[in-house]
Design a protein around this ligand. Sequence first.
Ligand SMILES: Cc1ncc(COP(=O)(O)O)c(C=O)c1O
Length: 385
Amino acid sequence: MMRTSKRLDSVHEYYFSQKLREIDTLNKQGKNIINLGIGSPDMPPHEDVINTLNVESRKPDVHAYQNYKGSPALRNAFANWYKEWYKTELNAETEVLPLIGSKEGIMHICMTYLNEGDEVLVPNPGYPTYRSAVQLAGGVCINYELNESNNYYPDFNTLEKTDLSKVKLLWANYPHMPTGQQASINVFEQLIAFGKKHDILICHDNPYSFILNDSPLSILSVKGAKDVALELNSLSKSHNMAGWRVGVLCGAQERINEVLRFKSNMDSGMFLPVQLAAAKALSLDKTWYNSVNAVYKKRREKMYELLDILKCNYSIQQSGMFIWAKIPKKFENGYALSDKVLYESNVFITPGGIFGSGGDKYVRLSLCATEQKIQEAVNRVKTVF
Ligand SMILES: Cc1ncc(COP(=O)(O)O)c(C=O)c1O
């Protein structure tokens, strides 16, 4: 038998990859499951983006390996995007590194900075990839708890009392997935001050700031942030381009070069027409974001109906493409409710526990399904609950 590496012992198959197999089996049995689990936008990118890919990919000279740092057109587009929407100045040449999706950036950062045994503060609940990337890189995760009573913001009093001597990095993410908590400039300032005080690299992951959110915020807009923070961003959600795999890492020149030292050994650049199409996407005006959000708003209203039938509690102030909702007391945890909904109503919703113990009493519903699908889910759930 081939033994896998020790580093793989700490991570398991991604929950969704397992669950999608189960859903596939149920579908083969004719169940026709409505999937309200995954946050993969079901709408297409803007037509001009697709046209750009189309036109550019027909050219004969765009098919070679590309620059490891990304094309100047894309780097400039990211810098302009940050200036326009986040009021944040970035040097396109030195402070912007395009990525093949932001998920790879999480791994690159961990591989660039962590040694065996280094500790990393990760949000609980939070995106599971922070945890697995830290562990794959040999680091040790220390949870910091996010509670509804504190608006899912870090509790800096508790953090200050924690032994931080081995902590090298902190992962943060606002608007927060899975809770939908919006960003706050005050919290960003506190994070930057905390990073500076304790010499901890603050890694902020920002893929949701354009979804159901009127004021996109970047942690890099805080004065002096680049001294201690990096930010990941993505076109997956904001531009309906999840499958295209385009993200970005922004930060100080030294940090970008350090991460590039690792990344340039992992891939060989991104297809130029994809980069040029992404640059086009980044130049879209407010009409684009408004059109995407108009659809999510309508879906959200329908989703509230479904949550009311399930007797779940939720805030109507959430940003991002999910609704985070507290389950009724009669269910032991979100897994129990999710299983009942799956096996009895043929609808899949995500149990909050996959985001850490802090999500045990919650479920997460994705807005990446048409209104008709959500209506059908409402009809199905109504007959059981
Ligand atoms: C919080 C968070 N960060 C990062 C990602 C990864 O996004 P990308 O498609 O840019 O790799 C996701 C995707 O679901 C996410 O929810």
